[in-house]
Design a protein around this ligand. Structure first.
Ligand code: ZN
Ligand code: ZN
Length: 212
């Protein structure tokens, strides 16, 4: 087929849409004079149609694969909730609560390092440069003063058993929560409550003095 039409030089009739178009409307085929029989518009329409056809044909398989992936994710999440997950740093499997809550794409919404590894990192950083750690902590507590105070008030409002037990067993690794008598927990709760009240009272007094 001749690309150049004598009656209208530099044009060619598309076998797709049957329109006469300038040669530039046809893709080149190999050499400079050979061009596709169908115009660019017809070729891209054909490609679109073909892609849609392929998508349609693959749709059931893709949907099944997506369903399987979702199921696998749900199973993995359930497994982690029940049995914990391995720390990305030390490799030890720990309950999810040992991993810091993190937003984002993470499956379980938690970080990859266990609390031991995170604390060890903080200790190393502190040993390397104590002043910067102290400065960072001070800057944080100044920036989040209101928020921290709200948290503190929240904690004093509901002194949970777990918190009391933690305070009781601090520094006594041999002491187990289940071995602590109920009455001791209640006593400790009362003590902590009183201490907090006293602290609040002191703060209020010193603030009143400052304001004078
Ligand atoms: Zn065409
Ligand atoms: Zn770890």
């Amino acid at each position: 087929m001749a690309d150049v039409n004598d009656s209208a030089p530099g044009t060619k009739v598309c076998t797709g849409c049957a329109e006469r178009k300038p040669l530039e409307a046809f893709h080149l085929l190999g050499g400079p004079d050979r061009r596709r029989a169908r115009c660019r518009a017809c070729v891209s329409a054909y490609m679109r149609e073909r892609a849609a056809h392929i998508r349609e044909a693959n749709a059931p398989a893709l949907a099944a694969a997506a369903r399987l992936r979702l199921e696998a994710k749900a199973l993995e999440l359930e497994r982690r909730r029940l049995h914990g997950k391995a720390c990305g740093c030390c490799g030890v499997v720990r309950p999810l609560e040992n991993f810091e809550p993190r937003s984002g794409w993470r499956l379980d919404g938690r970080g990859s390092k266990c609390s031991d590894c995170r604390n060890a990192k903080k200790r190393r950083r502190y040993a390397r440069d104590p002043s910067s750690s102290i400065a960072r902590r001070r800057a944080y507590s100044q920036a989040h003063a209101d928020e921290l105070r709200m948290k503190w008030l929240q904690r004093s409002a509901d002194l949970a058993d777990s918190y009391i037990v933690k305070r009781l067993t601090d520094g006594s690794p041999g002491l187990r929560a289940k071995n602590i008598p109920r009455s001791l927990i209640e006593l400790k709760r009362e003590q902590l409550r009183l201490r907090r009240l006293a602290k609040e009272f002191k703060q209020a007094v010193s603030k009143a003095k400052e304001d004078q």
